[in-house]
Design a protein around this ligand. Structure first.
Ligand SMILES: O=P(O)(O)OC[C@H]1O[C@@H](O)[C@H](O)[C@@H](O)[C@@H]1O
Length: 279
């Protein structure tokens, strides 16, 4: 867990816990009652102004990655969000809960001239956590956006991990000139840099470790999924995580990229990702 200010702790009646940073509204830690940490977070976050924390669940909005004119992954992963309403946490809570919010400001309007309100809702249940992003258009004209919950999952060794249940889905491999292909239905293995956008994959994927089911990853509202690992060469160049940590993480991101959301005034879009211990 990096040493950053503004951390919100959640606990529930079952012994699960979570930590959310107000910086970026980023879920940084999710531990199940067995003491296992399920999210990767760098021990060496960048302290440069504007940098985001590499780990947990960064929120990408209103642009995914470099697919547009805005800064990479948009505007909100390095802003301070507010706690919105009551935080429900403690031994009496079957499901712990927190909501954070962020609205447009002079800084966001300077880059993207739209009025919006974001809410991020985190629920922590027995062996599961969910992160929901609500986007409301508070202006008087429609806007388009792309978005993602850029989840860094912790893996004991990504080279022995696999992603199952992708099926025969169309994907774009952005490491090789945006080549398009159809996934062959097998378990995806990670041996090197991987940066694939899966277009409308099944809503539930399974992370395997050593051939066993490890974690279930479900999404609602988000149409696409991204699977990213920098591999050894890019990891060594990143500068904000130890070079060998590429083996300790795998991003499985709930994303909306192929069809940007067009949001009318006063309308709200909602997307959710749920992570659960595989049983
Ligand atoms: O280093 P960043 O800005 O956090 O981005 C990390 C990665 O995020 C992924 O979502 C993208 O598909 C990758 O292309 C990108 O490298």
């Amino acid at each position: 867990m990096p040493d950053v200010a503004g951390l919100l702790q959640l606990h529930n009646a079952h012994g699960d816990s979570a930590v959310i940073s107000l910086y970026g509204a980023q879920l940084l830690s999710w531990q199940t009652a067995d003491g296992r940490e399920h999210l990767y977070c760098t021990p060496e976050p960048s302290l440069k102004p504007g940098a985001s924390i590499r780990g947990g669940v960064p929120v990408c909005f209103p642009q995914f990655s470099g697919r547009g004119a805005l800064p990479k992954h948009g505007l909100v992963r390095n802003l301070v969000w507010q706690i919105d309403g009551d935080v429900l946490s403690g031994a009496g809570q079957d499901v712990a809960y927190a909501r954070l919010s962020l609205s447009d400001s002079d800084a966001t309007r300077a880059l993207w001239p739209h009025s919006f309100a974001l809410q991020l809702q985190v629920e922590l249940g027995a062996g599961w956590v969910s992160v929901a992003l609500n986007v409301t258009n508070t202006g008087d004209s429609a806007f388009d956006f792309t978005t993602a919950l850029h989840t860094y999952l912790a893996t004991p060794d990504v080279r022995n991990a696999g992603v199952a249940q992708l099926g025969k889905v169309r994907f774009t491999d952005t490491t090789v000139g945006n080549d398009e292909a159809i996934h062959d239905g097998s378990v995806l293995r990670i041996a090197d840099e991987t940066d694939n956008i899966y277009w409308e994959p099944p809503a539930a994927l399974v992370l395997q470790q050593d051939g066993k089911q490890f974690l279930q990853i479900e999404q609602q509202g988000f149409a696409d999924s991204v699977i990213w690992n920098p591999g050894p060469i890019k990891a060594a160049q990143l500068g904000d995580m130890p070079a060998q940590d590429w083996t300790r993480m795998l991003c499985i991101e709930a994303a909306q990229i192929g069809h940007p959301v067009r949001l009318s005034p006063q309308a709200t879009w909602r997307g959710l990702q749920r992570l659960g211990r595989a049983v």
